[in-house]
Design a protein around this ligand. Sequence first.
Ligand code: DC
Length: 235
Amino acid sequence: MTPYMSEGFQIVAIDGGAASGKSSTARGVAGAAHFLHVDTGSHYRAVTLRALAEGLEPREGPALDRFLAGLRFESEVRGRCACIRLNDEVPARADIRSDAVNAAVSAFAALPAVREAVRAYQRDQAGVARQHGFKGLVMDGRDIGTVIFPDADLKVYLEADASTRAARRKEEGQTDTIDDRDRIDSTRATAPLAAAPDAVRIDNSNIPLEGVVDEVLRLLRERSAGARAEESPTQ
Ligand code: DC
């Protein structure tokens, strides 16, 4: 049994590359299971947006340290989603998904100082979910199952083929350098994009979103049943 389950609260970690369907799946799971959804990509995007506005380059050093020290991270719960509020402002979705942010976010997210600045905030989201009466937390990103919640109740790693991922971005009206971002995200030294050894891998290239959400919910029920059986084994 994992620590979260023993407290009647579950954590689901969903990781995967760009446009692998993480956020849509996490939103669907949050809606069906009454969990809080946290999209950690939006955290790195919000930091990148502000760093670009201040003219910063994605480079470690005193300027970056001063910038990071001046950031105040809070959450604003809207429906089943916890939005990042950075220095009293919830950044607009269109701004954090702009071409400029798409192009720079992986470079900023690769910096150990940036990752350290968001780590505690991301772990605190379990407390935010509990305070708001949610039964669990579903968090998506690149290192949720490996670094942020290595003892999550369920870890899912989503994959999709290149043409499916490109089509998804196009549908969203975005120009995104998916391959470049995945290369930077998976080869960086700190918290690279990786499937945890105990993650369930799902290739969703040919599965509709509802099918993937249902599969995650089924896995979650399976884990809960397993945990209950562990708690009260039959003689
Ligand atoms: O999920 P997304 O495409 O919005 O993420 C944007 C970028 O943020 C992605 O290229 C890498 C980074 N990221 C990360 O390094 N770790 C996470 N947990 C989430 C996102």
